[in-house]
Design a protein around this ligand. Structure first.
Ligand code: KG4
Ligand code: ZN
Length: 339
């Protein structure tokens, strides 16, 4: 089975080819120009997808040494995300489907992240806990199979990536702030400043990051009223990162122990964070759980995870349901009640 997949839910345009369970290509084009606006401008994101999508799809086919005529199914992210961005990928897939008489498997972006650990390591055994942390989402999932999962914890306000981005902004750093804080933190002392770890000791597995952002803002205004001195930037970055990572790791490990699973997968843009990757691995080892952090190309928004999950859905149901092209895009996130 040869699947061509497309991902365009936010600010990355990506296409991938999966052939007989082997990921042959995964091309990702990131819209770096949003940096100068300090955040993603949805209208500009959709226009950039429109420009990029055709060459990216062509590149993915070329890298996989595959012709479009050999593709047997398409897969595309249909939700959640920025509606204009989703429409570009989704309509492109529908156009190809009509021209080449192909089925299209619509995929939920968060589900794509959720199973990216399985794409990384095909030997993973269910059940496991998946921490999906990105700019828009922070959820702990109990994953029992490719069709059965449950949200057992969510953020009640800001997502972890949003906290990284907003705190970076108030530190005067570029967007997206997560990778910038990660890099700066390598030179700093994580114990230099003591920031709150919201909800870390509570029994439930929900998160809250907006209080941390407020606390950093007050601290900065009070302590560095004339601006943050250059020599304190790395310490501040390391201390903020330590607070976010501490909460994410502690709650994820606690949920894994309570649900007696085999291990933990981290996914989504924030799972690229070096401290989160190291700390999750160390803490999982201590309690005999496997821990998987997918390689970078599968952590960020990517079409490979979309093709992989589509292949699992096709295994389950065959291709027949996916010749119906009436699916629509939906910007809303998965809610806790959904299984
Ligand atoms: O999954 P993703 O690429 O897009 C969304 O679906 O949101 O995640 C983007 C988020 C941004 O908030 C970005 O700051 C964060 O992931 N991020 C990181 C790192 N790399 C990306 N956060 C912390 N450390 C990183 N190294
Ligand atoms: Zn994402």
């Amino acid at each position: 089975m040869k699947i061509l997949s497309i991902e365009s839910s936010c600010d990355d345009t990506s296409a991938a080819v999966l052939a007989d369970d082997v990921m042959k290509s995964n091309v990702i084009s990131s819209q770096n120009f949003h940096t100068k606006f300090g955040g993603i401008i949805p209208e500009l994101a959709s226009r950039a997808h429109l420009k990029a999508i055709s060459p990216i799809v062509r590149q993915a086919l070329e890298d996989a040494n595959t012709k479009i005529e050999d593709i047997e199914a398409l897969a595309v992210t249909s939700n959640p995300g920025l509606v204009g961005s989703l429409i570009v990928g989704s309509n492109f897939a529908k156009g190809l489907a009509i021209k080449y008489k192909l089925p299209v498997v619509p995929i939920n972006h968060i589900e794509g992240h959720l199973y990216s650990g399985c794409l990384q390591d095909r030997s993973i055994e269910f059940p496991f806990i998946s921490l999906v942390v990105s700019g828009g989402h922070t959820n702990i999932f109990l994953v029992e199979s490719y069709t059965k999962y449950e949200i057992i914890g969510s953020t009640r306000d800001d997502a972890a990536g949003e906290a990284f981005d907003k705190i970076a902004k108030l530190m005067g750093l570029d967007y997206p702030g997560g990778p910038v804080i990660d890099k700066l933190a390598k030179e700093g002392n994580p114990k230099a400043f003591d920031f709150p770890r919201p909800m870390i000791h509570e029994k439930h597995f929900d998160f809250s990051f907006s209080g941390l952002k407020t606390s950093v803002r007050y601290f900065v205004h009070k302590t560095f009223s004339d601006g943050i001195p250059e020599e304190k930037m790395a310490d501040l970055a390391a201390s903020v990162q330590a607070a976010i990572v501490d909460v994410l790791v502690t709650k994820t490990i606690k949920s894994a122990k309570q649900h007696k699973v085999n291990g933990i997968v981290i996914a989504g843009g924030v799972s690229a964070n070096s401290e989160l990757r190291t700390k999750m691995e160390e803490e999982s080892k201590k309690v005999d759980l496997f821990s998987i952090a997918p390689e970078m190309q599968y952590c960020m928004d990517n079409a490979a995870m979309i093709a992989f999950l589509a292949s699992k859905k096709i295994e389950e149901t065959g291709l027949a349901p996916y010749y119906d092209l009436s699916y629509t895009v939906n910007p809303s996130a998965i809610r806790a009640s959904q299984k």
